[in-house]
Design a binder for this molecule. Structure first.
Ligand code: IPE
Ligand code: IPE
Ligand code: MG
Length: 261
């Protein structure tokens, strides 16, 4: 059932059963390269093209937010050479892609603990975010040095500090207040989480945001991900009945309004 207060793009999303916010765990680069007897880093480089095509697809389909897991807080533990190549790739992609994103009215946002990156990279991220800040066709959210537990702890720290300073009381800590301090708070609720590479786990991605997200797992390795695989995930999503704790009958008769979209 449509929320009468929803804006027109929300209404179109709900009617078409299109997700407004999609997140992707872009996994399988290393195995893709190894299958070709290449270094794992060859797979990371090949994955850039899959990022481009998923961004183009998301924009074309009217998805409002696309959150891509690029580097987890745990990925620092990988071999130094692989981490180095991934950092170089971030620098390269920021340089080569930002103008195109801007031209296509796409806003770039990076979520995660950015203090872990070198200062030059932090500066490039800030500049790209500033340049694209007013674009509204799609928000491309890159999760880098991101961990779902970090996100939750960060929100808890912000609220704890407000309680300690007396700005808010303990009873002001509600789910809604907590959510305001989560890194994706300005974007729609997460509707669909896709993981490529065949594993069925969240690997410390959007833990708070996954509460009522739909999950879609595919064997496709990230560098092979394309518009057709993305479309299959969207079609699968459209077939699902999201109940948000209600019964199927309540949803069918629209007796009670479900929580999201
Ligand atoms: C995902 O691909 C990319 C990053 C984690 C940066 P992987 O590098 O994890 O590829 P597999 O899972 O080892 O194949
Ligand atoms: C998750 O993939 C992180 C990214 C895709 C950036 P990993 O390959 O690091 O996850 P695990 O280690 O298989 O859980
Ligand atoms: Mg992996």
């Amino acid at each position: 059932m449509l929320n009468p207060d929803a804006n027109s793009s929300d209404k179109v999303c709900a009617a078409l059963k299109m997700p407004r916010h999609v997140a992707i765990i872009m996994d399988g680069n290393g195995r893709w390269a190894q299958q070709r007897n290449k270094l794992r880093t060859f797979g990371h480089k090949a994955g850039v093209e899959a990022v481009r095509s998923s961004v183009t697809f998301a924009r074309k389909k009217g998805i409002k937010s696309l959150t891509l897991f690029a580097f987890s807080s745990e990925n620092w533990q990988r071999p130094k050479q692989e981490v180095g190549v991934l950092m170089d790739l971030f620098h390269f992609v920021l340089k080569s892609e930002v103008k195109k994103l801007h031209k296509n009215n796409i806003r770039l946002k990076v979520i995660g603990d950015l203090s872990g990156f070198d200062v030059k990279l932090q500066e490039k991220i800030s500049a790209a975010e500033a340049l694209t800040a007013n674009n509204d066709a799609l928000v491309l959210n890159i999760a880098a040095n991101y961990g779902g537990r970090w996100d939750i702890v960060n929100a808890a720290k912000c609220l704890a500090s407000s309680v300690a300073s007396g700005d808010i009381g303990l009873d002001d800590i509600t789910e809604a207040a907590f959510d305001k301090h989560i890194s994706t708070h300005e974007f729609p609720e997460l509707d669909l989480l896709i993981r490529t590479g065949g594993d069925h786990r969240v690997s410390n991605f959007l833990l708070w945001q996954c509460a009522y997200a739909e999950f879609y797992f595919t064997e496709t390795l990230w560098p092979d991900f394309n518009e057709s695989v993305f479309q299959t995930a969207i079609d699968d999503f459209a077939q699902r009945q999201r109940r948000f704790g209600l019964t199927g009958e309540q949803i069918m008769t629209a007796e009670v309004e479900p929580k999201a979209c």
